[in-house]
Design a protein around this ligand. Sequence first.
Ligand code: CNA
Length: 315
Amino acid sequence: MINKHKNEKPSLVKGLSSLDIKGLAGYIKNGYAKKILILTGAGISVKSGIPDFRSPGTGIYDNIKKYGMLEPDLLFNRAFIKNDPKPFFSLVKEFIDKEYEPTDAHYLSVLFKNKGLLMRYYTQNIDSLDLKAGLTPPYLIECHGHMRTSTCTNSSCKNKIPTESIKNIIIKGQIPYCKKCNSLIIPDVVMNDDDLPEEFFEQLDKDFHECDLLIVMGTSLQVEPFPGMIEDPPLNVPRVLINKEPVVTYVEELGEKNGRLVEISEDRLSQKFKFGHFFNRRDIFLGGDLQSNILELIKELGWEEDLNKLKSKQI
Ligand code: CNA
């Protein structure tokens, strides 16, 4: 028989009073979060008007034919682009032909930085909205590159130019070629088979070893190495996912050992998220629209005025 007295729910990690916005705000306000790590994805820019990849109906993958493609995986395939650059450039056009503005999700990270609480901000996004909001290196790591510059695909030329200088060509639906060698020239985004930029690896181990809070926002966590990265912070560090749906969460299975309730799922040895689990001591899931959750968190932190000043560029 399972001994009820031995099976009280385990206490939350130090500094966390509850697994919700109030608990998270308390952890930050009470000084437990001084080295915050943030991981972001396309979901934080959807409100700006840039579609993400995988949202059903609205995501780029569900509308792939619009870009003259059938296979989404080929969009960022270097060999495919060299052979048929049109679909890739019709996507690039979407990113560069409008002036998009950052969202509260971007500004929350800037607020952390301004208050000296941000350790690093790793983004998978290529839209430069983090930079526009005020995040700069060494805080900002653009893991999948960006579109601000473009490089000639001829390995013996590699001419680098501001994308602004070929913007009109791309917007007209034409393909840009290098002025020096006439080869195809493409924005500096990380393609499927490319290595991640050097700066990604420089602080990675240290960051994940030393952080005291991990916040993940607007990503389906389907592109490596991001899903694995959430497993890296120490076990006493709270992890927060702010996203429409939960991701990288395993199904907990409970069993009994020596009259005690134990977790028996094979996944217990991983450090995937434990949202809703009996043995969850640190993982907070804020589901639904991320911008509303972020605004609620900002209010709970008492930082609304700071946010408004930031948005009107007063600080
Ligand atoms: P994804 O796989 O499309 O996932 C986006 C996630 O955000 C999904 O889980 C959505 O449910 C969630 N989401 C979208 N809108 C909201 C919302 N309003 N509230 C809450 N959750 C929401 O995109 P990932 O970033 O995970 O995938 C990585 C790819 C996407 C990288 O290689 C990027 O370069 C690429 N990408 C970037 C952009 C950009 O820079 N803005 C746009 C599209 C794709």
